[in-house]
Design a protein around this ligand. Sequence first.
Ligand code: CA
Length: 334
Amino acid sequence: MLQSKSNWLPLLLLMAFFTACQQTEKAPEQASGDAVPLQINNPVIRDKFTADPAALVHNDTVYLYTGHDEAAIDGPFYKMNEWLVFSSTNMVDWQEHPVPLKVTDFAWAKADAWASQAIERNGKFYWYVCTEHATVPGKAIGVAVSDRPTGPFKDALGKALVTNDMTTATDIAWDDIDPSVWIDDDGQAYLFWGNTKCYYAKLKESMTELDGEIKVVEGLPNFTEAPWIHKKGDWYYLTYAYQFPEKTAYAMSKSINGPWEFKGILNELAGNCNTNHQAIIEYKGVPYFIYHTGGVQAPNFGGSFRRSVCVDKLFYKEDGTLKRVLMTSEGIQK
Ligand code: CA
C-alpha cells in the first residue's frame, strides 16, 4: 500500500498544478462581469408540488392549471386530491388563486385529481379532468364549469362525461385519463384522451356532451398517455407521452381527424420523474412548452410522485416540424 501511495504522489501534484492553472485562467473572465448568471426560474412553482400542466391564454393573461402532488417523500404512489390554478403575465411570476376544484366537487368521484385541461367557450370556462369513478370501476373524465378562468368551478354535468365502460380498445381500467380539449377553426370541439390507446370524440356546442362515436387515433407509435392538440399555421400537432418512462413525442397532420404522421421525440425524459406531461401555448407571439419534472432538490426532494411544473421555449423549423425541447434550469427570463 505504501508503495502504491508513493506512485500516486507525482500524479496528484500534477493534477493540483493544472487545477490551479485553470482557476487562474478563469479568474479574469469572472471578474470582467461578462458571465452574469441567469435567474434559475424552473420550476415555476416552488412552494408546492404541481403536476400535469395545462394552460390557456385569456385577456392577455396565461392561466396554468395543474394537479397537486401531496405524496410524502417516501410515498409509494400519487396522492392527489385537488387541482390548482395560477396566472401570469410574463411566464416568470405566477400568482396562485384559491383552490378552484377538488375531487370532492364531483359527487360521483371517489379519488385522484389526475390530469386535466381547461378551455373557454362563449364566455364560460370548461375544465375536463380525470378522476376515479365511485361506482363504475376505473378512471373517468368529468367536466367542470365556471364563469371565470380562476373558478371556483362546479361539476357541469352531475355525472361523468366518459366512463371506463364506454371505451374498450383496451381492457385496462385507466385508459380513460388525460383529457385534452380542442375547438377547431370551424367551431367543432373535440375531446382527446387515453392511456395506451388514444381516443377522441366530438363535443356538442354545450361542451358537456359527446357528439357521435368514440374513435381510436391511429399512427401514434408507443402512445402511453397525455395527448395535447395544438395548431400552428395549417399544421395540427398531436404531442403525447411516449414509452415508459416517458418521453414526449409528436405527430403532425393537416386535419384534426388525421392521418397523423409520426415525427419523433420532442422532449427527453424529464429529470427524476417517470412521467412527462406537456402543454403547448403561444403567448405574446412566443411558443412555450410547459411540462413537469421531479427535479426539486433538498430539502424538499422531488420525484415521480412529487413533481414540479417547468416552462421553456418551443421552436419550430421552417418545414413546420419542431426542434427538440431543451429543458433548462433557467427557464424563461424576464
Ligand atoms: Ca375504458
